[in-house]
Structure formats: C-alpha cells, structure tokens
Write a protein that binds this ligand. Structure first.
Ligand code: SF4
Ligand code: SF4
Length: 60
C-alpha cells in the first residue's frame, strides 16, 4: 500500500479517540483536541472502520 494516507474531517470529529486506539502502527494521536497523523500509514483502514462519525477518509 504505497502512498496511502488518510485525512480527518475536523468538523465531523468528536475527539472520541477511538481511531487512536485502533491504529496498529500507532501513528494517530489526539493533540490539542485534533487528531494528528505522526508517521507512515500502512493503509489498513482500521481507523476509517472504527470512527463512529465517519470523519476519516482516504486521501486520494
Ligand atoms: S489506515 Fe491504519 S495505519 Fe493508517 S492511520 Fe488508519 S489505522 Fe493507522
Ligand atoms: S474515531 Fe473519528 S470521531 Fe473519534 S477521534 Fe477519531 S476521527 Fe475523531
């Protein structure tokens, strides 16, 4: 999965932290009430599936 990345819609995000907990490579963090991406995404889509607000999508 080369060049896979995700984006978070801040307007939809409820800051629940679920995505942070499911990422197998631990690159998602909640910082200053925003979900930040810190590292290389492997494209597993676990965060997209886990988000109850459908705030996460693939970056095409
Ligand atoms: S797609 Fe997978 S690796 Fe990428 S940020 Fe989401 S949970 Fe983490
Ligand atoms: S799971 Fe969705 S609503 Fe919850 S912190 Fe992550 S992006 Fe925001």
């Amino acid at each position: 999965m080369k060049n896979f990345s995700i984006k978070v819609d801040e307007k939809r995000c409820a800051k629940c932290g679920l995505c942070v907990g499911v990422c197998p490579v631990n690159i998602l963090i909640l910082l200053s009430d925003k979900v930040k991406i810190r590292g290389e995404c492997i494209g597993c889509e676990e965060c997209i599936i886990a988000c109850p607000e459908e705030a996460i999508s693939k970056n095409e």
